[in-house]
Design a protein around this ligand. Structure first.
Ligand code: NAI
Ligand code: MG
Length: 359
């Protein structure tokens, strides 16, 4: 059989990002070495992040996007540290990559793991599993706006932060959501807006949703306002399958979803450029968690789950499934970090997953 080597750019960046990327790499390398040479990962690690910024004044190299362009995928940790303003670090690295590589679809599954007691009471007796599809290229994160103090005097500064909605941007994320719904047991897409209050962008979103839905008569739909959807996540999550929302709304809802499943440390995500003109990027949903960084406490499941999403993208769906089963077997056996009520270290969870790959 032909040996496939995948070139992966690793960007651990800051805080627990370093620990969880190392965790994911160890698991992926274990999978590869057990594949009998069928596939391998060729890693290149980039030192970018807040530490790099303190030394160079830049979050990443000026030609960093060029350096990343030809990789098969990017495996990302988390960016942000108290020494650098968060908007500088986020825009300087993660958003720069997402936006320039047109990773317009951000897929964030909400998965309930065996062995993790979730705060959601319903999870005890209901099969729960849904996925948040986040519009990842425009909306509230378009970066349009400005600040103006001139002529206003101290204490009177004004700032504008404008959300951008394009018909094309709305349409492509909705088609993505509907196509994803067709691969799932429950064929349903829930669209989330706040179009009662935000009457331009979100009304356009609603109109495009209704139009795209007509091309998918086999898929059930609903439109829900974001405040109501946050309640529905808690009260009627069994009614969800694919939830499509704008950049900011989906960001908030996916943190809620992962918290309901037990911890932010559990949630995986994929930033996809579906046309594959640029590399896609795989990262846990959580941030750099400065409060627990460097202590071996980080839950690596979100990063390892993101590695499974990367395997899907690289055309290794059976390996992805094998990895997901190993993750569930590990949590099911009670090998859990502190955030989900256990006492295992990051490394012990990694060892637990590798041991259960069934190799
Ligand atoms: P955070 O996600 O880093 O932490 C929130 C809470 O969740 C903390 O109590 C933390 O200990 C816990 N947590 C997060 N990941 C965990 C893990 N793997 N295992 C166990 N517990 C975990 O969010 P926060 O505190 O708002 O932000 C910290 C920094 O991360 C900021 O600089 C922020 O800008 C950045 N950030 C970066 C993101 C990214 O790179 N994609 C996403 C979100 C935040
Ligand atoms: Mg977030």
């Amino acid at each position: 059989a032909e040996r496939r080597t995948f070139r992966i750019a690793a960007i651990p960046a800051d805080g627990v990002g370093v620990e969880v990327v190392a965790a994911g790499r160890a698991v992926l390398d274990a999978l590869a070495s057990a594949s009998g040479g069928a596939f391998a990962f060729d890693w290149t690690e980039f030192p970018w992040g807040c530490g790099y910024y303190e030394k160079t004044g830049r979050m990443m190299d000026d030609d960093g996007l060029e350096a990343l362009r030809d990789f098969d995928a990017i495996y990302f940790g988390a960016v942000g540290w108290p020494t650098v303003p968060d908007h500088v670090s986020l825009w300087g690295l993660r958003l720069r990559i997402c936006q320039n590589f047109d990773q317009w679809a951000n897929v964030r599954p909400v998965h309930f793991h065996p062995g993790v007691v979730p705060p959601l009471r319903k999870a005890d007796h209901t099969e729960l599993d849904w996925v948040v599809v986040r519009e990842n290229s425009e909306g509230e994160y378009a970066g349009f706006g400005g600040r103006n103090l001139a002529g206003r005097g101290p204490g009177n500064e004004v700032a504008l932060q404008t959300a951008l909605f394009t018909e094309k941007g709305c349409e492509r994320i909705m088609r993505f959501a509907f196509d994803l719904a067709r691969t799932r047991t429950r064929r349903k897409v829930s669209s989330v807006t706040k179009s009662n209050a935000q009457q331009y962008g979100m009304v356009l979103w609603d109109e495009v949703f209704a139009r795209v839905a007509r091309d998918y008569p086999d898929v059930e739909t609903e439109s829900v306002l974001v405040d109501a959807m946050s309640a529905k996540f808690v009260l009627r999550p069994e009614d969800l399958s694919v939830v499509v929302a704008s950049n900011l709304n989906a960001d908030i809802l996916s943190d809620l979803g992962s918290a309901l499943a037990g911890s932010l440390g559990l949630a995986a995500s994929a930033n996809l450029n579906p046309e594959r003109r640029f590399p896609s990027m795989f990262e846990p949903v959580h941030g750099s968690a400065p409060d627990i960084a460097g202590q071996g406490l980080a839950n690596p499941i979100g990063a390892i789950g993101s590695a499974a999403l990367m395997l899907d993208h690289l055309g290794l769906p059976e390996e992805a499934e094998r990895l997901r089963k190993a993750i569930d077997a590990t949590t099911g056996a009670g090998v859990l970090t502190r955030d989900v009520g256990g006492s295992a270290t990051t490394d012990q969870v990694v060892a637990g997953v590798i041991e259960r790959l069934g190799l």
